[in-house]
Ligand binder design. Structure first.
Ligand code: UGA
Length: 434
């Protein structure tokens, strides 16, 4: 089928590449000319495992192309996906200006007799579909189209496999014609498709992300009880996770959730619930626990080092999770900023995140960046692991210990084995484990 995706960020670009991979012809649209230029040159603006090969292969096969023209995209596609950012506003509610603008732009280029399915793939508050529908109708009263909600559940760092083999595809639609086209489009993926009304589909996305955030805060709250009682949160998570009703996924205690989705979506869901007059107070507690994880971690460091001023601290990890270069709302970035604010001399290393952290000016001026984990550790009085990149677990820890001033190790993601580290002579502190 002929598809167009408006917005070539994480969701748009990965979706476009995967839709092309299964045989559709896809046009990715973006108003950022620099991004489109890069893509024309075969350069991928984001780091995502497997994405580059996928994009290059499908461009070469003639199934994927890039343009800045919405008209080009809408003219040549049966289904038009909207995958533009929906950033948070100061009060936690969602800024829908990009969605509204795209709705108007689509209205402006829809030609008479040209039926299109307009699909919202961005994470949006319930009832946004109705507003997109009304907006397109207002600006183009004779346009023939249906609006569908099709939330995306891919995770950064494993976006390609998540998109190629999702647990489910949700299609929120009030039109049989649109539903049929969506089913045909997703047929090659051979995964269950849940068809709902538009509002339910929109809600599924916020409810899913909030539930996963709740799981993380739950295990983080349990980790505090483990620390107070001498139990091991990893064993507790294994034990409860083996119950299939609970599941082990998203029960990793650590520094808390970050990134461009969970913090924003939990806030948005709280704002949506309040606006609808049914405040979701449980989610406020989820946020409170999440914010507290970093405080507890910094307190542990202070308990060991006493005053942080002038202390040399190494930090491994800057991205909000491994296998991505995304540093937005990263707890690791907040950590280095708080350490530097207290006068610590911090040297950090991240396999993929340093460039973007510098580009977006997220790092304090005095922070030094190292070329390797070992270089970061040189002369350090404490080593902090803030993101669980596999590469960190594979380090030569004898060399790391020899390079450090004092072998004090704080593992904020429970990546390393406490016994192994202690046997090597490190003073090891994890999260919620003895
Ligand atoms: C999340 C959801 O998992 C996706 O399903 C969704 O599509 C996406 O948001 C979105 O709304 O676009 P993502 O933010 O890419 O995906 O990353 P996750 O793997 O969910 O991790 C989010 C945060 O939770 C990270 O900071 C991670 O370190 C943290 N986390 C995750 C934990 O602290 N513990 C865990 O057990 C799992």
């Amino acid at each position: 089928m002929d598809l167009c995706i408006i917005g070539s960020g994480y969701v748009g670009l990965v979706s476009g590449a995967c839709f092309a991979e299964v045989g559709h012809t896809v046009i990715c649209v973006d108003n950022d000319l620099r991004k489109i230029d890069m893509l024309h040159r075969g350069q991928i603006p984001i780091y995502e495992p497997g994405l580059e090969e996928l994009v290059l292969r499908n461009v070469a096969a003639g199934r994927l192309r890039f343009t800045h023209s919405i008209e080009d995209g809408v003219d040549n596609s049966q289904i038009v996906f909207i995958a533009v950012p929906t950033p948070p506003q100061a009060d936690g509610s969602v800024d829908l200006t990009y969605i509204e603008r795209v709705a108007r732009e689509i209205a402006g280029v829809l030609k008479p007799g040209q039926y299109r399915v307009v699909v919202d793939k961005s994470t949006v508050p319930v009832k946004t579909g109705e507003k997109v529908d009304a907006t397109i109708r207002r600006y183009n009263p004779t346009a023939e189209f249906d609006v569908v909600s099709n939330p995306e559940f891919l995770r950064e760092g494993c976006a390609v496999p998540d998109l190629m083999k999702p647990d489910r595809i949700v299609v929120g639609s009030a039109s049989q014609r649109a539903t049929d086209l969506m089913k045909r489009m997703y047929e090659p993926f051979q995964v269950p498709i849940l068809v709902t009304d538009v509002s339910s589909a929109e809600l599924i996305k916020h409810a899913a992300n909030s539930f996963l955030s709740l799981k993380i805060s739950y295990i983080n709250a349990v980790s505090a009880i483990c620390e107070a009682s001498g139990a091991d949160v990893e064993m507790v998570a294994d034990g409860i996770g083996m119950d299939r009703r609970i599941g082990r996924n998203f029960l990793n205690a650590g520094l808390g959730y970050g990134g461009s989705c969970f913090p924003k979506d939990v806030k948005a869901f709280i704002a949506i619930s309040e606006e609808l007059g049914v405040p979701f107070r449980l989610l406020q507690e989820v946020e409170r626990i999440n914010a507290g994880q970093l405080d507890v971690f910094i307190k542990k460091i202070k308990d060991a080092l006493w005053v942080l001023r002038d202390k040399r601290i190494a930090v491994w990890g800057l991205t909000f999770k491994p296998d991505t270069d995304d540093v937005r709302n990263s707890v690791a970035i907040e950590l280095v900023n708080r350490l530097v604010a207290e006068g610590a001399q911090v040297t950090a290393y991240d396999p993929k995140g340093m460039e973007k952290a510098v580009e977006y000016k997220l790092l304090p001026a005095s922070l030094k960046l190292a070329h390797s984990p070992l270089e970061a550790a040189e002369g350090a009085e404490a080593l902090l692991l803030a993101t669980e990149w596999k590469e960190f677990a594979r380090q030569d820890f004898a060399a790391v210990k020899a390079a450090m001033h004092t072998p004090l190790l704080f593992d904020g993601r429970n990546l390393l084995n406490p016994k192994t580290m202690r046997d090597m002579g490190f003073t090891y502190h994890g999260v919620g484990r003895p």
